[in-house]
Design a protein around this ligand. Structure first.
Ligand code: S3P
Length: 430
């Protein structure tokens, strides 16, 4: 798809539902008693993978498009012990969140299952969940030397543990906590830095007994969970493309409505403010226990910054678009402590650096991030997103200010998290 250079962006748009919260609505609803209703559910390929896995596990799930762009999903939960053995392999598609969280639930079931996914999933590290699940007593085997999908999980008794994760990962933390629901005593997870806390917030509202203190969460095994009504906030990771687009494109003003600003997810805003961004938070309110607001974003003269440490987990998925902002900023941006980028849907250090270089940016890859000397004018290039949705969307944003725009190959990969992305983006271009 060709994205042309834009003179300005104007208008308003409402951001589709949060991917992390949509996945969790289905998973937690499935193991609760009664009905869970998730409004503003993200109808994207990743979340559909979660729905399809839980349907195979015997859960009835209805989806209804209430109006264009707004889907409600009803999950008819069967309780902690109500899943049934699927008759075929569970396919998580491209979704790491489905693979890792679902494995935690499957470890506690009295039947065996095999879980796999697409070519990208089969290359993503699963040792990080296999190790703690085995420590809990799970019988779980991986392929490719043991650390990769397909994963086979057999019936086994689980014990509570205290696990210290090596990297801040909400997927790993959530996997262990979910297995903890089926353990014989309390399970505790301590992270090196706090990752997104949707599991803690949501499981608590479904009735799980959890305590979160600083970087440690403790969960007690299984009280019965009860289905909930959830209003899924807009996904700040999807909003990030519009925030960046309005900041870098001259004469722009965008009102981005319904953006979740959970402090474990809002690093993009903190980094943008450090880069001199003009972003106002309006109409701050709460939806299903999560803070939400509208963002009024105006073109800004951005400056370089340092992005590292405990900020990283709060903006891990936004680093590709932050790198684009940094390429258009004056001065140097240094992104470090972000080696996790190498094991996302693509190796995002490589895919960001190679594509920004192709557009003429001064950028160097490092072991755990990248260094960007901003301010060089960017030009047309053919972008290869390596089938990574966030790379395709980040470079569609980069194209808006590049001489001659840019061509995005395999542009349809955005359906993983934001099927209407190009329609929404071109809708703002003046
Ligand atoms: C997610 C956690 C993050 C993030 C992913 C979604 C989640 O992964 O990159 O897109 O929903 O828990 P890690 O926590 O493993 O970094």
């Amino acid at each position: 798809m060709f994205i042309k250079q834009a003179a300005s962006l104007k208008g308003e748009l409402s951001i589709p539902g949060d991917k992390s919260i949509s996945h969790r609505s289905v998973m937690f609803g499935a193991i609760s008693n009664g009905l869970t209703e998730a409004a503003n559910f993200l109808n994207s390929a990743d979340c559909l993978s979660t729905i399809s896995c839980f349907r195979k596990l015997g859960i009835e799930i209805d989806m209804k498009e209430i109006k264009p762009g707004r889907t409600t999903v009803k999950i008819h939960g069967k309780g902690l012990h109500g899943l049934r053995q699927p008759s075929s392999v569970l396919d998580v598609g491209n979704s790491g969140t489905t693979a890792r969280l679902l494995s935690g639930i499957l470890a506690g079931q009295p039947f065996s299952t095999t879980l796999t996914g697409d070519a990208s999933i089969q290359k993503r590290p699963m040792g990080r969940i296999i190790e703690p699940l085995r420590e809990m007593g799970a019988d779980i085997k991986g392929a490719g030397g043991g650390g990769y999908a397909p994963l086979t999980i057999q019936k086994s008794a689980l014990h509570g543990i205290h696990y210290h994760t090596k990297t801040a990962s909400a997927q790993v933390k959530s996997c262990i906590l979910l297995a903890g629901l089926y353990a014989d005593s309390a399970t505790r997870v301590t992270e090196p830095a706090l990752s997104r806390n949707h599991t803690e917030l949501m499981l608590g509202s479904f009735g799980a007994q959890l305590e979160a203190e600083d970087k440690t969460v403790t969960i007690q095994p299984g009280p019965d969970l009860t289905g909930q009504k959830i209003e899924v906030p807009g996904d700040i990771s999807s909003a990030a493309y519009f925030i960046a687009a309005a900041l870098i494109t001259p004469n722009s003003e965008l009102l981005i409505q319904n953006v979740g600003i959970n402090p474990t997810r809002d690093g993009i805003l903190r980094a943008a403010y450090a880069m001199n961004a003009d972003i106002a938070k309006l109409n701050v309110h709460e939806a299903s226990g999560e803070p939400v607001c509208d963002l009024l974003v105006r073109s800004s003269s951005l400056t370089g910054t340092a992005i590292n440490g405990s900020l990283i987990p709060t903006l891990i998925d936004e680093i590709p678009v932050l790198a684009v902002m940094a390429a258009y900023a004056n001065g140097t941006t240094v992104i470090s402590d972000a080696a996790e980028l190498k094991v996302k849907e693509s190796n995002r250090i490589d895919t960001v650096v190679s594509n920004l270089k192709a557009m003429g940016a001064d950028i160097t890859a490092t072991d755990d991030g990248m260094v960007i000397h901003g301010g060089k004018p960017l030009h047309h290039a053919v972008i290869d997103p390596h089938m990574d949705h966030r790379i395709a969307m980040s470079f569609a944003v980069a194209a808006l200010c590049a001489q001659g725009g840019a061509e995005i190959r395999d542009e349809q990969c955005v359906t993983i998290s934001y099927p209407d992305f190009y329609k929404d983006l071109t809708g703002c271009v003046q």
